[in-house]
Write a protein of this length. Structure first.
Length: 128
C-alpha cells in the first residue's frame, strides 16, 4: 500500500492487522525456540501479547521509531476505545494499541526488515 492509502486507513484497522502480525511473530519465535507442549506455547504467547506486556514492548521501541512511525504510534495511543480488557490499565491498553498500529502500518507498507528490527527490541523488553 502507498503511504497515502495507509494514512487514510482507520488507526484501529491498522491495529487490527498489527495485532495479528505481532502475535504471529511471537508464536513463530516461541516455536523456533522449541517450547515443548502446545499448552505451554499458548500460555507463553498469551503472556507476551497481553496489553501490559505489549505496553512494556511499546516503551522499548518508542525511542527507535522514525518520525513517521511515531506519528502512527501517537494516533494509535490516542485512539478512542470503548473498553479495556481485564488485567490492563487504560494507559497500557492505549500503548498496546499504538504498538499494534505501528506493526500493522509497517506490515501493510511492506517493511518486513523494519518489523523484524522493532520486534527484536520488543522481544528483548518482553523477556527482560
Amino acid at each position: 500500500m502507498t503511504r497515502a492509502e495507509l494514512g487514510s486507513m482507520s488507526i484501529l484497522a491498522l491495529a487490527h492487522v498489527g495485532d495479528a502480525v505481532y502475535e504471529l511473530l511471537v508464536r513463530s519465535r516461541l516455536a523456533r525456540e522449541g517450547t515443548g507442549k502446545v499448552i505451554d506455547l499458548h500460555r507463553a504467547t498469551v503472556s507476551i501479547v497481553r496489553a501490559p506486556a505489549q505496553a512494556k514492548a511499546a516503551a522499548a521501541i518508542l525511542p527507535l521509531l522514525s518520525e513517521e512511525e511515531h506519528a502512527v504510534y501517537r494516533r494509535g495511543r490516542n485512539s478512542h476505545v470503548n473498553s479495556t480488557p481485564k488485567g490492563a490499565s487504560k494507559a497500557e491498553y492505549h500503548a498496546a494499541t499504538a504498538l499494534e498500529a505501528v506493526f500493522g502500518w509497517l506490515y501493510l507498507a511492506g517493511e518486513r526488515e523494519r518489523i523484524d528490527a522493532l520486534f527484536e527490541a520488543a522481544w528483548e523488553a518482553a523477556n527482560a
